[in-house]
Design a binder for this molecule. Structure first.
Ligand SMILES: NC(=O)C1=CN([C@@H]2O[C@H](COP(=O)(O)OP(=O)(O)OC[C@H]3O[C@@H](n4cnc5c(N)ncnc54)[C@H](O)[C@@H]3O)[C@@H](O)[C@H]2O)C=CC1
Ligand SMILES: O=C(CO)COP(=O)(O)O
Length: 332
């Protein structure tokens, strides 16, 4: 039987571990805090992140990373983007030598401007054929409630991609394979920034036309960046691009959208953080790294720049809106 180690017991790590277990995969989760591992192990519930969801009996948890990783065929990396490197450095000697290393994180590393798959190959020295990413419209609570959704698993090695697909296919979770790792990662990281923009617009009281315009122009700038980095534009027109933009930019379950909404209502960064209940809103940091990455490739990303100005340069949301609308006219 396939064995997976899920490293990280936040909302998505836990929901995805449940998917794997429901698909018949043996799952061991790693939680940073021993009391959370114990709660999952003994009560089949992650009370801190997915209260009320009963986890399958076959899903186990530990706070010992070596015990979680032992014998794993698949290592699922489910910690926030900006912590992945430090965690991998601690875990690298414990990683089974042929395991597939799959990232769930949606972000670009600050300073290095690396995608998560690049961080993984750099730290672990694993061949890139062993590295995969999963991305798509997958709000954790809906998946944990077994509501139907699709996703994309990207890996350069198609046989590993198919093995990953089988390991998490259930009657409510439909994974598609794709060879375009860059497109999936750029879609996942950048849509968080656009969801912040949509939240800000909603927070200041703007309506659906505005949100739809931000989603669509957001897709245009994400695609420009993706193509410059070597992504297939079709990936960004799929689940890891449009699909995830629609889910994240329109759902009150999205931490990024909620964070932006709190800022739009006039809240401080600390108040916006509180609106996400201490969970990670990746776009707040990734707007800086995505902006820097785009600048280094000479790609224009006006919405990302506006989000950066509001989050980190003390610009008011309404001023950012005026600035965006005052840009020079151009064809679509
Ligand atoms: N929640 C969701 O609906 C989805 C989240 N994602 C992505 O999955 C990644 C993980 O997100 P969530 O599980 O939702 O976040 P979360 O905020 O719910 O949980 C983060 C988890 O990482 C742990 N953590 C935080 N800092 C850490 C550190 N320095 N070292 C080790 N562990 C640390 C926390 O204790 C917690 O268990 C993010 O990149 C997010 O964008 C992707 C798809 C869906
Ligand atoms: O990535 C997600 C859905 O696909 C989750 O979005 P948030 O991190 O904004 O909650």
């Amino acid at each position: 039987m396939t064995k997976a180690a899920v490293m990280g017991s936040g909302s998505w790590g836990t929901a995805y571990a449940k998917v794997l277990a429901d698909a018949g995969t043996d799952v061991m989760m790693w939680a940073r805090r021993a009391e959370l591992a114990q709660c999952i192990e003994e009560r089949n519930e992650n009370r801190d992140y997915l209260r009320g969801i009963i986890l399958p009996e076959r899903l186990h948890a530990t706070a010992d990373p070596a015990a979680a990783l032992e014998g794993a065929d698949i290592v699922v990396l489910a910690v926030p983007s900006q912590t992945l490197r430090t965690n991998l450095v601690a875990w690298k000697e414990m990683l089974p030598p042929d395991a597939t290393l799959m990232s769930l994180a949606k972000g670009i590393e600050m300073d290095t401007l690396l995608r998560m798959s690049q961080v993984i190959t750099q730290v672990t020295k694993a061949d890139q054929s062993r590295v995969a990413v999963l991305s798509g419209p997958n709000l954790a609570r809906e998946i944990a409630e077994s509501q139907p959704a699709a996703t994309v698993i990207a890996c350069p090695d198609s046989s590993r991609a198919i093995a990953l697909q089988k390991a998490c296919h259930t009657m409510y979770f439909r994974p598609y394979t794709n060879a375009d790792v860059i497109g999936c990662e750029i879609g996942g990281a950048c849509k968080n920034v656009i969801a912040l923009a949509c939240g800000m617009a909603a927070g200041v009281g703007l309506g659906v036309n505005t949100v739809a315009s931000i989603i669509t122009r957001g897709l245009a700038e994400i695609t420009r960046l993706g193509v410059a980095l070597g992504a297939n534009p079709a990936t960004l027109a799929g689940l890891a691009g449009v699909g995830d933009l629609v889910a994240t930019c329109t759902s009150s379950l999205s931490r990024n959208r909620s964070f932006g909404e709190a800022l739009g209502r006039g809240g401080s960064m600390a108040e916006a953080q509180a609106a996400t209940h201490g969970q990670v809103a990746e776009g707040v940091k990734s707007c800086t790294s995505v902006q820097a990455l785009a600048n280094s490739y000479g790609v224009e990303m006006p919405l990302t720049n506006a989000v950066h100005q509001v989050c980190h340069e003390e610009q008011e949301v309404l001023d950012a809106v005026q600035q965006l609308l005052g840009r020079r006219m151009k064809p679509e």
